[in-house]
Structure formats: structure tokens, C-alpha cells
Design a protein around this ligand. Structure first.
Ligand code: ZN
Length: 368
């Protein structure tokens, strides 16, 4: 065995979009599905999932449907199954004050509106103010494909979307919260890599300056890098200018779409979770009340699947969730990391959930 190989985690090759569609079909054979379940959409949303992850999410969905007393599994059950595999279960029991709820609703609307409007951002799949894992709320996007190349424009749009939460807080609440710290960390990380590793800044050019090395200096670890202090100053300026211009852009977009943002917040406050359809309705100019009525209608349709007799769905034992936990323990981090750093990783791209507020460690929580 060669040195350095021992500490590497080994990842099984993950299936591509066609493969995922096939795997989903196989594992759903003995499960009753509602008409609205689309394997094509699900395959697109589960980039980075292994075969076992896909099986788990269908089992989770079956459990959810059975618990709700439905005789078939609806699309929302499967979407929640995906989220459970990625980020752990929703924590509906956590007490959230109205003030926190309002901040979270604006914060997530900020992400969602920018994600919807920017050309290079993935489609917004779900926006929620229900805490999940360490996040107070989350906005999930659905990648169009399994592209591993990410362009500069896409990165700029992604940073803008990440800073959209903070921008919304500043506009509406005239104050900013600590909730955006993870967004800021991730945005800074991308900006830094753009400048020091990916040759995406004019002032630095195509020079690789990445990979700070940790060295042991007597008692403490210090960091050394391979460039001069002068160049270090230019790098910092470049990073700051990317982040500042993205933030300004986020503020402008949200100010121009203030009415949509207010409506989205109203719907989130009432319903807590919205999906692509509702986001589209808001952008089509529908009022909060119209969107809420639409959600009620969908709920009624879901309830119509309920049968008075015992549920027909076979529950595949609760221990499935245990397996899901260990399976998804390795699932972590963002699309960027996947594309650029850890090609061997099995990281799903959906992960735009914010790990915000609340530092409480809870066991079912697979992320850091
Ligand atoms: Zn956020």
C-alpha cells in the first residue's frame, strides 16, 4: 500500500442521472406511488446520491406516507425523504419565536428570490422556515445536470444567492443577525478559491496560490503560504471586491423585488414550507392569499389519499432511518466542493440548506 492512501476515505462510484432514474424505478416497484411522482425530476434532484441513498429515501418516503395514513406515496413524501437523507429530519418541535420566524422567513426568501432570478443559479425546489439540522430554515435548489465544470459567472451568481439571506435582513429588518455566518463563510471560501486557485481574478491572473499549509511551530500550528505579503494584500482586496459587488447586487435585486419578497414571507409564515410551484406563482404576481389557497388545495388532495382502513404501505422497519444516518454521515458540504475538490466524494448538490443559528449538537444531525 502506498503511503497516503491509508487515510483516504473510499467512495463507491455514484450513479449518473440515468442510472439514478433506473435505481429509483427498481426500488419503487413494490411501493404504491401517486400519479404526480416523477422519476425524471427525482433523478435530477439526487445528484451525488449512491444507490443505497436512493433506496433509503424511498423507504423514508414510504414511512412518511404510512404515518400520514395515505395509501400511496406522494411526491412531497419523496422530497422530504431526500431532505432527510441529506440533512436529517425536520425539527418541528423546536420552539421558534415569531421574531425568529420572521427573520428566517426574510432570510430564506432572500436566497430564494435571487436563486430564482439569476440565470446561473439552479431552480429553487423548496423554501422552508422549519428548522432542520443546525439550520433555522433552508432553501433547496435542483441542479439541472451533473456538470462538474462551474464557470466564473455561475460562481458569482452562487455567491450572490448565498449573500441574499443577509441582504434581505438588512433591507427589511434594518439589522443583521448571526444567522448568516455560514453563508458568509461559504461565500468567502468560494471567492478565495476564485482568486487563489482558479485564476478568476484579473489582478492575480492564472497563478495558483492556494493550499495554505499548516506547519507546526513549537507549541502552535501556524499557517504558511507560498506568496509574498504584498501579493497577500492584493489577494485580500480581490476577495473583498468579489464579495462586496455580489452583496451590492443582492441588495439591488431584493429591493427591486420587494413586493414578491413580502408576499413570500407571508406565505412562509403561514405555511412554513413552499415548493417550486408556489415560488413561480409569487413571481407571476399572485397574492399571498392566492398562493395559500393553492397550498390548501394541494393538502386536500393529499388528504384524499387517506383511507379509513389500515394503511396498505409496508413499513420497512424504523431501522431504515438508522441506516440512513450512517449512510448520510459522509454526505456533506456544497456543490462547489464536489465539483472542484473532491471529485471522488458522494456529495449531493441540493445542499443549500443553511446551517444557521443554534449551535446545539443533536445526534440525528449528520452535518458538522
Ligand atoms: Zn442563509
Amino acid at each position: 500500500m502506498r503511503p497516503g492512501r491509508f487515510d483516504r476515505q473510499i467512495y463507491v462510484n455514484v450513479p449518473d442521472v440515468k442510472g439514478r432514474e433506473e435505481i429509483l424505478k427498481v426500488h419503487s416497484r413494490n411501493k404504491p406511488l401517486a400519479q404526480d411522482v416523477s422519476f425524471k425530476i427525482l433523478a435530477r434532484m439526487t445528484s451525488g446520491f449512491s444507490g443505497a441513498d436512493l433506496e433509503n429515501l424511498l423507504n423514508e418516503a414510504a414511512i412518511l406516507a404510512a404515518r400520514a395514513g395515505r395509501s400511496v406515496i406522494v411526491m412531497e413524501d419523496i422530497l422530504e425523504g431526500i431532505n432527510k437523507v441529506i440533512a436529517g429530519p425536520q425539527k418541528k418541535s423546536r420552539i421558534v419565536t415569531d421574531s425568529d420566524k420572521r427573520i428566517t422567513a426574510y432570510h430564506e426568501s432572500g436566497h430564494a428570490i435571487i436563486g430564482k432570478l439569476l440565470e446561473n443559479c439552479d431552480d429553487v425546489q423548496e423554501v422552508s422556515i422549519i428548522p432542520r439540522g443546525m439550520a433555522a430554515g433552508y432553501t433547496l435548489t435542483r441542479p439541472e445536470n451533473d456538470d462538474s465544470h462551474i464557470t466564473r459567472n455561475k460562481l458569482i451568481d452562487m455567491i450572490t444567492m448565498m449573500l441574499g439571506g443577509r441582504a434581505a435582513e438588512e433591507i427589511v429588518i434594518k439589522d443583521i443577525s448571526t444567522g448568516a455566518s455560514n453563508d458568509i463563510e461559504r461565500a468567502s471560501d468560494i471567492a478565495k478559491k476564485m482568486v487563489t486557485q482558479w485564476g478568476m481574478s484579473k489582478a492575480i491572473g492564472n497563478m495558483y496560490l492556494g493550499g495554505d499549509k499548516e506547519v507546526f511551530l513549537g507549541r502552535d500550528y501556524g499557517t504558511t503560504h507560498s506568496y509574498s505579503d504584498d501579493l497577500g494584500g492584493i489577494i485580500d482586496n480581490e476577495i473583498k471586491s468579489i464579495l462586496d459587488s455580489c452583496y451590492t447586487r443582492a441588495l439591488e435585486i431584493l429591493q427591486a423585488n420587494r413586493k414578491i419578497m413580502d408576499n413570500m414571507v407571508k406565505v412562509l409564515f403561514e405555511k412554513e414550507t413552499i415548493y417550486t410551484d408556489e415560488v413561480n406563482m409569487l413571481f407571476d404576481g399572485k397574492t399571498a392569499d392566492e398562493v395559500i389557497a393553492f397550498i390548501d388545495e394541494r393538502q386536500a388532495k393529499k388528504d384524499s389519499y387517506k383511507k379509513s382502513e389500515a394503511p396498505k404501505i409496508n413499513i420497512v422497519e424504523e431501522k431504515v432511518s438508522e441506516e440512513a444516518k450512517t449512510e448520510s454521515a459522509q454526505v456533506d458540504d456544497t456543490a462547489i466542493e464536489q465539483a472542484f475538490d473532491n471529485k471522488e466524494d458522494t456529495q449531493p448538490q441540493e445542499q443549500k440548506a443553511d446551517e444557521e443559528q443554534e449551535k446545539s449538537q443533536e445526534e440525528e444531525q449528520p452535518k458538522e
